[in-house]
Design a protein around this ligand. Structure first.
Ligand SMILES: Nc1ncnc2c1ncn2[C@@H]1O[C@H](COP(=O)(O)OP(=O)(O)OP(=O)(O)O)[C@@H](O)[C@H]1O
Length: 209
């Protein structure tokens, strides 16, 4: 990785020659690091295995070979691609934030009207905003976001870009996205993910705008 680690600390996440999947590998080998202060993007076509790599960290997929290792002792905050599948969820926005250990103030001012709304009665984009900001507001040093701009309008997307550009320097994020302009604006580098058998260790480095 060519981007520098400003604090010379160990990576928040080390991935080395990882092959990951379910009953068989579907992605890798992949080598990458996420350092404090960095937002790293994973890009690639549908089914290339981006979410699978994230799912190894949440126990929903497995590593067949290689390594994926968060730094010892860190906390991880994760937003899955489809975190809410419908049904009754009688929580208000502020209660969802509290469950994630996030203060209401983490929500940008234009979204404060969501704090007293029931989560299960929000629109798709409103719910996505709340969930993404609850993950950013969590105390975890490593943030995992899977398609965070899904359903967001231009204001929600701009607020998220600003939030990720202002993460504190001891935190880092892995962002999976098909939104190339978003990746360009928030990520220090983007890594093209390839299905199993095609190495994707070369990290494409792009400076954030
Ligand atoms: N639970 C599962 N069991 C078996 N195979 C799975 C499972 N979940 C996903 N897959 C397969 O693993 C491969 C990679 O899926 P993954 O969700 O990681 O792709 P992705 O790059 O995140 O795709 P997208 O851009 O569409 O979100 C796909 O072929 C998919 O069908």
């Amino acid at each position: 990785m060519t981007s520098s680690n400003p604090f010379n600390k160990q990576p928040l996440l080390k991935i080395k020659e990882l092959r990951a999947g379910y009953s068989q590998p579907v992605v890798g080998p992949l080598t990458a690091n996420i350092n404090p202060g960095e937002v790293v993007g994973f890009t690639g076509p549908n089914g290339s295995g981006k979410s699978t790599i994230m799912r190894v960290l949440t126990g929903q997929a497995r590593a067949f070979s290689g390594q994926i290792a968060p730094a010892p002792g860190i906390n991880i905050a994760c937003q899955a691609q489809s975190p809410y599948q419908g049904g009754e969820l009688p929580l208000r926005g502020k209660e969802l934030l509290a469950l994630m250990g996030a203060e209401p103030e983490v929500l940008p001012q234009p979204l404060h009207h969501l704090l007293n709304r029931r989560v299960d009665r929000l629109s798709g984009g409103q719910r996505q905003s709340l969930i993404v900001w609850s993950v950013i507001g969590h105390s975890g040093e490593l943030i995992l976001l899977d398609e965070p701009t899904n359903n967001l309008d231009s204001q929600g997307r701009e607020l998220l870009i600003e939030g990720l550009n202002n993460l504190s320097e001891h935190r880092g994020a892995l962002v999976i996205s098909h939104d190339h302009e978003f990746v360009r604006q928030v990520c220090c580098c983007s890594i093209p993910i390839s299905p199993s058998g095609i190495p994707s260790s070369a990290q494409e480095t792009r400076q954030a705008a």
